[in-house]
Design a protein around this ligand. Structure first.
Ligand SMILES: [Zn+2]
Length: 240
């Protein structure tokens, strides 16, 4: 499985996951033309796309992706809020979504906790061809507890590591960060401390790679985070 980071920031998020001849996008948070440019001016190899929530840095190209005949998987409430309407749209309920089989993949959505009226979801994307599964979760304060079986099935992870709680508190105290913004960040995004705790509380026996996404420049230190997680998990860690 190959993960390509097309873009990862509050300006736009889009990741390509490829396995043999099949590939799909996680998030479509850039204008379609920009996504196309990053893919070599073609969408022909993209089988489908996933969209986690309504914020534009994740959903900007949703309608255009559908117009181009590419199936888009998102929650019923996100589709309604974005006014998406197409026979290419595949929706799931906010709670207890069932696995969705599409092409050579099985997608299991799960609910996250973010500062948005319409819920944000993460996705467990399992290849039906090889024994590989990618876990994706971004824009969330918490991560869900996983069963032992699910944790062991995960080979790749794209996960938010937005800020360090210590750095946010320090920046607020030193007047470098507005207090209300500091509170908002800590309420709606993943702290590196929370991520490490979650990683340590599971047995990811088959994990090969972690891609850390959505890092905040001011409130995180990418190299330190990367080294901490590499040392904790003993796997390859990439900063998106
Ligand atoms: Zn968001």
């Amino acid at each position: 499985m190959v993960i390509d980071v097309l873009t990862s920031s509050s300006q736009g998020n889009c990741y390509k996951v490829a396995q043999d001849d099949s590939s799909f996008l996680i998030e479509v948070g850039l204008p379609l033309q920009k996504i196309k440019k990053k893919l070599g001016y073609t969408l022909s190899k993209i089988d489908f796309a996933l969209c986690s929530h309504i914020h534009f840095d994740h959903s900007k190209a949703a309608a255009d992706i559908l117009k181009n005949g590419i199936p888009l998987i998102t929650s019923e409430s996100t589709a309604a809020a974005l006014k998406l309407n197409s026979h290419n749209l595949i929706t799931f309920p906010d709670d207890n979504a069932k696995p969705i089989k599409i092409g050579s993949w099985q997608i299991v959505p799960f609910k996250l906790l973010h500062d948005v009226d319409v819920p944000c979801h993460g996705f467990l994307c399992q290849s039906l061809v090889v024994n590989e599964t990618v876990f994706y979760a971004s824009d969330t304060k918490i991560l869900p507890p996983l069963s032992d079986r699910t944790a062991k099935s995960i080979t790749h992870m794209i996960v938010e590591a937005n800020h360090s709680k210590v750095l946010v508190q320090q920046n607020v105290l030193e007047g470098k960060l507005d207090k209300s913004l500091g509170i908002r960040i800590m309420r709606s995004h993943m702290a590196i401390e929370t991520l490490v705790e979650w990683l340590e509380s599971h047995r990811f026996d088959n994990l090969q790679e972690i891609v850390l996404c959505h890092l905040s420049d001011k409130n995180s230190c990418a190299e330190t985070i990367k080294k901490t997680i590499m040392a904790t998990m003993g796997v390859l860690v990439r900063v998106a």
